[in-house]
Write a protein that binds this ligand. Sequence first.
Ligand SMILES: NC(=O)c1ccc[n+]([C@@H]2O[C@H](COP(=O)([O-])OP(=O)(O)OC[C@H]3O[C@@H](n4cnc5c(N)ncnc54)[C@H](OP(=O)(O)O)[C@@H]3O)[C@@H](O)[C@H]2O)c1
Length: 307
Amino acid sequence: MTSSAERPRLLLVGGAGGLVGRAVLKEFSPDWQIRSLHRHAVPAENDRGVEWVPIDLAEVRDWRPHLECVDTVVNLAWYRWGSERRFRGLYEGLRRMVEAASASGIRRLVHVSVPDAPAGLETGIPYLSYKRKLDRDVVRCGVPYRIVRPTMLFGERDVLLTVLVRGIDRYPFFPMFGEGRYHVSPVAVEDLAHVLRREAEGTEVGTLDIGGPVRYEFRELTDMIFSALGKRARYWRLSEAGSLRLAALLQALGSSLLYRYEVEWLLSDRLGLPAYSGLERPMRRVEPFLTAEVARRRGAPAPRSKG
Ligand SMILES: NC(=O)c1ccc[n+]([C@@H]2O[C@H](COP(=O)([O-])OP(=O)(O)OC[C@H]3O[C@@H](n4cnc5c(N)ncnc54)[C@H](OP(=O)(O)O)[C@@H]3O)[C@@H](O)[C@H]2O)c1
C-alpha cells in the first residue's frame, strides 16, 4: 500500500487487455500508477487514468523508455494458440523486457504462467515450450521475481465457465470427454488479481501454483451448470481418444472454442491445483458466478456479487 503523502508506485503491465488484465487494472489502479502495454484499446483503462501504450510487445526493441521510473513489472501477455513464429516473436520481445528489467534495476517482476502440463505438451507445442523458456529467463534474470501459475480462471467473458454455460444452454447434449472424473479447481480472476497484488507488494521469490477453493470433478462442474440452467444433465459420451480427435477437428476448422492441447491437459488430471491460502478473505466459489451468468443469459438482472 502507498500512503496518500507518497507518489504512487509505477506498475508496468504487459498484456492487460484481456481477462486477467481487466481484473488487474481494477485491483491495482486505486493506489498504483499504471503503464499498460498491449495492442487494442480498453475503455476501462481510460476511465481509470491508466497510461496506455498501444504496442505489439513482440516489436519492442528498446525497453528502456517503457521501464523508466517503473517500480514493478507484471507480465500477462500470451496467446492462447498460434504458430511457432508467432510465439517466438512474442517470446523474444518479452525476453528483451526481462533483460532490460534486470539492467534498469526494477524492484520486482511478477510473471503469470501456467501449471505443469503433460510432458509431450511441455516441449511439443510452441504455446508451452516458449512459455517455459520465458519462465526460465525470469528465474535467471536477477530481479526478485514471482512466477504465478493459476489453473483455469473464471470471470466475465472467460473462456471456461462462460463457454460451458453457453454450450450447455444452447445444445440438447453436451460432449463429455472420457468419464469426466479428472479434476478442476477454477480460480476467480478477481482472486488472481488480488494474489498478484500481494505478490507484487511482497518479498517472496519463486514459483507459486494456484487453485481455487473447491476441487471438483469436471463432471460435477458440468452437472452444476445443467442444474443452474434448470436442465436435466444429458451427455454425449466420448472416449478420451475421440475427445482429442473432436478437439483437433474443431481446431483444424479454425474454431477457437477449444484446442486439442486444452483437452489433453484436462484429461491428464493436472488442473485441480490446491487452493491458494494466503488471502485475508475466502476465495470465490464458482456457484455465485454461475447463477449470475445464467441470470444474464436469461435477461434477468444478475444478483449483486459481494466484495
Ligand atoms: N485464462 C486462463 O484460464 C489462464 C489460466 C492460467 C494462466 N493464464 C495466463 O494468464 C495470462 C493472461 O491470460 P488472459 O486469460 O488474460 O489472456 P487474454 O484474455 O487472451 O489476454 C491476453 C492479453 O495479452 C495481450 N497480448 C497478447 N499478445 C500481445 C502482443 N504481441 N503484444 C501486446 N499485447 C499482447 C492481449 O492484448 P491486446 O490484444 O490488446 O494486445 C490480451 O489482452 C496469460 O499469460 C495466460 O497464459 C490464463
